[in-house]
Design a protein around this ligand. Structure first.
Ligand code: G3H
Ligand code: 13P
Ligand code: ZN
Length: 284
């Protein structure tokens, strides 16, 4: 079926108390794996592409691949821009057919982030495209900071509420203890902050840096109001891990299909595991 706005998926997730998986793609096999896994589990799904993925694959290829994959299934699929920091890229994605965009204004002070995010919401809403905004900075595990420094980076609840109410975003990313990439130590999540923002505003919260978060914490986050969970690192590891295994086992293989086919199957297995964990399997 035609792609749907993120808002449609998250409204249903809120009613059903689950989260929808948002999975990063970079090429055709990854897009196919995401939608085939969703189709087989009857799960709503979010395909997301970063600015880097768009630069690598090409904007119109990303939209074309996602559209074809979505039209081949009856489960609802949204196409979302992940961490859009550049106004022109966000607008280009909206024009090209994305059904949702993240505007990540976390590099600017709060007031400027609010003003820039509002501008995107105004444009996107006029054409039925959803918007995710970010308040506070979600770092990378590679960022060399202490636990105390990381705690100091958590988004204060009043900032999150002010940002949500001022911008009217459809989904809200805030810093509550997760980070992008591979965790050296298990993260400590401020579930109380997720819960308070969700209870006081009804905002649909997004868990960035979902790879490597212990399953129990993912479940607690969802119970507190997480409605979208972003996964990239674990997908990269699953896909390329199998590419490596295949290449090592068949050093003279020259048919890309014999390497990428098994890698896509392993990736589908990882995606299904996440859809079951998030509670979105069986919800489409
Ligand atoms: O949060 C970032 C995502 O993992 C995308 O990473 O910018 O390398 O495509 P990328
Ligand atoms: P991970 O790579 O840690 O899974 O984070 C993904 C993400 O948050 C994309 O926005
Ligand atoms: Zn992220």
């Amino acid at each position: 079926m035609p792609m749907v706005p993120l808002r449609t998926l998250l409204d249903a997730a809120e009613k059903g108390n689950y989260a929808v998986g948002a999975f990063n793609c970079n090429n055709m096999e990854i897009v196919q794996a995401i939608v085939e896994a969703a189709d087989e589990l009857r799960s709503p799904v979010i395909i997301q592409a970063s600015q880097g993925a768009i630069k690598y694959a090409g904007l119109h290829y990303v939209v074309g691949l996602a559209k074809l994959a979505a039209e081949a299934t009856t489960v609802p699929v949204a196409l979302h821009l992940d961490h859009g920091t550049d106004y022109n890229t966000v607008i280009a994605c909206i024009r090209a057919g994305f059904t949702s965009v993240m505007f990540d204004g976390s590099q600017w002070p709060k007031e400027e982030n609010i003003a820039r995010t509002k501008e995107i919401v105004k444009v996107a809403r006029a054409v039925g495209v959803s918007v995710e905004g970010e308040i506070g900075k979600i770092g990378g595990v590679e960022d060399d900071i202490s636990v105390d420094e990381r705690d100091a980076m958590l988004t204060p609840v009043p900032d999150a509420i002010e940002f949500y109410e001022a911008t009217g975003v459809d989904a809200l990313a805030m810093s509550f203890g997760t980070a992008h990439g591979h965790y050296k130590l298990p993260p400590k999540l401020a579930i109380d902050r997720i819960d308070e923002v969700h209870r006081r505003t009804g905002a649909y919260l997004v868990m960035h840096g979902g790879s490597g978060v212990p399953e129990e914490d993912v479940r607690k986050g969802i119970a507190a109001g997480i409605r979208k969970v972003n996964i990239d690192t674990e997908l990269r590891e699953a896909f390329l891990g199998e590419v490596r295994r295949q290449l090592n086992g068949k050093p003279s293989e020259i048919d890309p299909r014999k390497i990428l086919g098994p890698a896509k199957s392993v990736l589908k297995g990882k995606l299904k595991e996440k859809m079951e964990l998030f509670g979105c399997a069986g919800k489409a």
